[in-house]
Design a protein around this ligand. Structure first.
Ligand SMILES: [Mg+2]
Length: 213
C-alpha cells in the first residue's frame, strides 16, 4: 500500500521544456567565472569535467575547487520561474490524495518555494521538503541518498512511490524498493520505471483512477 508520495521537483512538477535547467546551467558557468576569476570557456570546461566525473557539478565543487556547496546551489538554483504556468489541476489532484507528500530534490528549499508559488501549488500540501542540504549533500545519484531519505522520515520504501524525470534516479529508487513513476515529456518506453507518463497531472489522474494510490 502506498502511504507516501515523493516528488522530484525540476522536470517533474513542471515540464523540462520550461528551460529552467538551461538557465541553471548558465548560472553554474557564471558562478565559476566569478568565484574562480576565470574565463567563460574555462568555466565551461570545469563544468564538463565535474559532470563527467560526478554527474552533478555540486558533488565536486567543494572537494575539487574548494568552494561551498551550499553557496553554489543557492546561486545556481536561483533561476527565474517566469516561464512556468499555473497548474490548478495539480493543486486539486494533490489535495484529493490522502497520502503523505514530500519533495525530494537536489536543489534548494528557496528554489522549491519559488516554483510552487509560480505553479500556485500550496506548500502546505507537502509534509516536508527534503533538499540537498537536508540530505547532507548526498545527491540522488547515490543509492545511499534514497536510504537516507527513508531513514530521515522513517519511511518503508515499499510504501513509497517516487515521481522523477531522470531515468538514472528511477533505477536507484527502484533498487531500494520504491515504486517508481517516470515523468518525461517524451514518455520514454525504454524505462525501468513501474509507470511512465508525459506529465505529472496525467500520472496522478491515472494512478488515482486505477486506485493505485
Ligand atoms: Mg528532476
Amino acid at each position: 500500500m502506498i502511504k507516501n508520495l515523493i516528488f522530484d521537483l525540476d522536470g517533474t512538477l513542471y515540464p523540462e521544456s520550461s528551460g529552467l535547467e538551461d538557465e541553471c546551467q548558465q548560472r553554474v558557468y557564471d558562478f565559476f567565472v566569478a568565484k574562480l576569476n576565470i574565463s567563460m570557456d574555462k568555466a565551461q570546461q570545469i563544468s564538463e569535467n565535474l559532470l563527467s566525473k560526478y554527474h552533478y557539478e555540486a558533488q565536486g565543487v567543494e572537494s575539487e575547487l574548494g568552494l561551498s556547496q551550499a553557496e553554489f546551489l543557492e546561486y545556481c538554483c536561483a533561476v527565474s520561474t517566469d516561464n512556468l504556468a499555473v497548474n490548478t489541476e495539480l493543486q486539486e489532484l494533490l489535495v484529493s490524495l490522502p497520502q503523505k507528500k514530500f519533495i525530494f530534490t537536489d536543489s534548494t528549499t528557496s528554489h522549491v518555494n519559488d516554483v510552487l508559488t509560480k505553479l500556485k501549488v500550496d506548500r502546505t500540501l507537502f509534509d516536508d521538503i527534503y533538499d540537498a542540504e537536508k540530505g547532507k549533500f548526498a545527491y540522488k545519484l547515490n543509492p545511499a541518498a534514497f536510504n537516507a531519505f527513508c531513514d530521515y522520515y522513517q519511511i518503508d520504501p515499499k510504501e513509497g512511490m517516487l515521481f522523477e524525470d531522470k531515468e538514472k534516479n528511477i533505477v536507484l529508487a527502484k533498487s531500494v524498493g520504491f515504486k517508481t513513476v517516470l515523468i518525461n515529456e517524451q514518455a520514454d518506453k525504454n524505462t525501468s520505471a513501474d509507470y511512465y507518463f508525459s506529465n505529472i497531472n496525467q500520472a496522478l489522474e491515472f494512478l488515482k483512477k486505477e486506485k493505485l494510490i
